[in-house]
Ligand binder design. Structure first.
Ligand SMILES: Nc1ncnc2c1ncn2[C@@H]1O[C@H](COP(=O)(O)OP(=O)(O)OP(=O)(O)O)[C@@H](O)[C@H]1O
Length: 298
């Protein structure tokens, strides 16, 4: 997904909150949005989620299913937890039985079982936040946007947030999260977007960092998931090639996709050893899968 030259202000003659923002995030990647209070983090997340429309510029390739968790869950709605979540599940495109099943799963995971029949306005802030998390996860989002997700949550639920993020990333989704409490140290692999003066700057890894290249053989059918997981942990995936199970490092392997390397041919058809197509969709157009020469072979 890309934000291209995005401008936004809340009133016709008001100050611009976002001014020509250009950022992108790939499948299986997370980005933490940082900046001082009032700088525009929530505004940026809402544009990314499609809650706010930019005055100028555009958001391209936003995944079809977006999970949006606002900083403050709007609990002033006259529904019980289970009615609200069931309705949200159906709005997300689940059938009634699927929605019921999903509600059961997330109510349990988030420790909401005893609140099922409680009306939203009667919930504490932390419990309402959990309902906010649950509604975003009922149908696995391709983009999960979390505005200060740790705010108001109890210790157990705070532990769960990185777990949910990992699950979305592991399925090839993208995650954006803002945080002013430093909790995002729990997301060591995330990219870091610093918001200041209406613009967003990506903070890169320290240039002096020494790296090593590790070659790993995985079943071809699991390539997409493994690549997404590696990226979610902050590793750069330099390329993927096919090999044989007997001799994975042998010379017979064809290059299936080298996402950013010189001569990369993302359109080249690739098939797993058993003839099934290899899902390389996650391996193209990834800005973070970069310069293979950055890896040092020792
Ligand atoms: N609905 C609104 N109407 C008018 N101005 C708004 C609105 N929402 C936000 N703003 C203003 O836009 C600017 C950016 O706000 P935003 O909430 O995006 O910042 P933030 O970085 O998320 O802040 P915080 O860390 O306090 O949540 C602020 O000056 C804020 O007052």
């Amino acid at each position: 997904m890309r934000l291209e030259n995005v401008w936004l202000r809340y009133h016709r003659r008001g100050p611009w909150v976002l001014q020509g923002v250009d950022v992108r995030i790939g499948a299986g990647e997370a980005a933490v949005v940082l900046g001082r209070n009032g700088v525009g983090k929530s505004t940026l997340l809402q544009v990314a989620a499609g809650v706010l429309r930019p005055a100028r510029g555009r958001v391209a390739d936003r995944p079809a299913r977006v999970g949006w968790v606002p900083e403050r869950f709007p609990a002033d709605q006259p529904f019980t937890v289970e009615h609200y979540l069931g309705a949200m599940g159906r709005m997300a495109g689940l059938t009634a039985p699927e929605a019921d099943r999903a509600v059961g799963v997330w109510v349990e995971r988030l420790g909401l079982t005893r609140f099922r029949r409680v009306r939203l306005p009667e919930l504490s802030k932390g419990t309402a936040q959990k309902v906010g998390l649950a509604q975003a996860m009922l149908r696995r989002p391709g983009l999960l946007v979390l505005d200060e997700p740790w705010e108001g949550l109890d210790a157990t639920a705070r532990e769960l947030v990185p777990e949910l993020i990992d699950e979305v990333l592991g399925d090839g989704g993208s995650v954006l999260v803002s945080d002013h409490r430093g909790e995002t140290v729990r997301l060591p692999g995330a990219r870091r977007w610093a918001v200041a003066d209406g613009t967003v700057t990506e903070e890169g890894p320290p240039a002096t960092e020494e790296v090593a290249v590790v070659e790993v053989a995985v079943p071809a059918a699991r390539v997409a998931g493994v690549v997404a997981r590696l990226r979610a942990e902050g590793h750069r995936v330099l390329g993927v090639r096919l090999g044989s199970a007997a001799d994975p490092a042998g010379p017979t392997g064809d290059v299936a996709a080298d996402p950013a390397g010189p001569g990369a041919d993302a359109a080249a058809p690739a098939a797993a050893g058993d003839g099934r197509p290899l899902d390389t969709s996650l391996l193209v157009d990834q800005p973070s899968a970069v310069d293979p020469s950055a890896g040092v072979r020792r």
